[in-house]
Design a protein around this ligand. Structure first.
Ligand SMILES: NC(=O)c1ccc[n+]([C@@H]2O[C@H](COP(=O)([O-])OP(=O)(O)OC[C@H]3O[C@@H](n4cnc5c(N)ncnc54)[C@H](OP(=O)(O)O)[C@@H]3O)[C@@H](O)[C@H]2O)c1
Length: 302
């Protein structure tokens, strides 16, 4: 983000077609041109602009403001890849940090990390600082987030320029609103819900639209702070309330009425790929391997 001295901001947003970042983009374009001059969206796909328009539409969000929003093609990462395949992502973080450094107005760099980096640390309280002793981080995704956090920290310490890390907990969809049936119709479903999440049953998910508002507030706070604070700002964004997964089920009847045990749900998910090989993918299929191990007793890495 760029913008000091009451001049409007220019924002660079990576992966804008994602669920959370669609909400962030919507919040950004809702700000007046006196605050946000331009928004550059970096995405991997050629048709990112069309995808973005559809992503806003299906969520009942206002359409793209084309005069201020520009799409640029760029390459990124994937949740389940091994660490070495996150090299591009790490390099991307370095490039954006350099970009902030070399820009005359040194725009603050805001990085979305994950609370998952502390998952294996057995810490009950995760400090809002870049920790140097998180040695047991499993999975390329968490490792790449951790390395990126440390790069942000090194950047701030060596330059005195502003940057922030926002560690996010598990993201959930938005609370149901009048446009929710449209969103449901646009997604693929396997026709069944899990009856329980097993050892993950106490859920503390954050609705994506609320999370996006929190991130916008943090962004404004970071931009408003004077530079040269000497340490990166770290924010853990978690839902302090947990509820049992079952309490959510009555609100999900628009997706499916029947519930099935974990093993059966994974089988149905797998079957959905076999039955509809040419149909647009069921989103959950991307994480099939993860669900298999998460719901197999004694095998779960999570
Ligand atoms: N989900 C959670 O519960 C959770 C928890 C903690 C932190 N986070 C973090 O919160 C952020 C969530 O952001 P989000 O919901 O907006 O996005 P997202 O679902 O993480 O990612 C979607 C965006 O990334 C692009 N993308 C996905 N795989 C890619 C690949 N292999 N190569 C290049 N681009 C790829 C997508 O492009 P296409 O449109 O082309 O597919 C889309 O623009 C992420 O930084 C995530 O790590 C998430």
């Amino acid at each position: 983000m760029e913008g000091k001295d009451d001049k409007p901001w220019t924002v660079l947003l990576t992966g804008s077609t994602g669920s959370l970042r669609t909400y962030i983009l919507s919040s950004l374009q809702a700000l007046p041109p006196t605050m946000i001059r331009k928004i550059y969206c970096l995405n991997r796909s050629e048709d990112a602009k069309q995808k973005q328009a559809a992503a806003l539409d299906v969520r009942g969000l206002p359409p793209l403001e084309e005069e201020r929003i520009f799409f640029i093609k760029a390459t990124f990462i994937h949740f389940l890849m091994p660490f070495k395949e996150f090299r591009q992502h790490i390099k991307g973080v370095r490039d954006f940090l350099q970009f902030s450094y070399r820009s005359p107005r040194h725009p603050p760099f805001l990085y979305i990390s994950s609370l998952r980096i502390a998952y294996f640390s057995n810490m009950h309280h995760i400090p809002e600082e870049i920790s140097y002793d998180l040695l047991a981080i499993a999975g390329g995704y968490s490792q790449s987030k951790y390395v990126a956090e440390r790069m942000v920290e090194a950047y701030v310490r060596s330059t005195g320029l502003p940057a922030a890390v926002m560690r996010v907990g598990q993201i959930a969809g938005p609370p149901p609103r009048e446009w929710f049936p449209t969103l449901l119709r646009a997604s693929q479903h396997i026709g069944a819900l899990l009856s329980t999440l097993g050892r993950h049953n106490d859920i503390d998910w954050i609705p994506v639209d609320i999370l996006s508002q929190i991130i916008m507030e943090i962004a404004e706070y970071v931009i408003g702070r004077p530079a040269r604070t000497g340490a990166s700002m770290v924010f853990n964004i978690a839902n302090p309330e947990t509820v049992p997964f079952e309490s959510l089920l009555p609100h999900l009847t628009g997706i499916a009425l029947n519930t099935v045990p974990c093993g059966e749900w994974v089988r149905l998910l797998q079957q959905s790929a076999t039955n509809r090989p040419t149909a647009p993918g069921t989103p959950g299929l991307k994480l099939l391997g993860l669900y298999r191990s998460a719901f197999t007793p004694g095998k779960s890495p999570f």
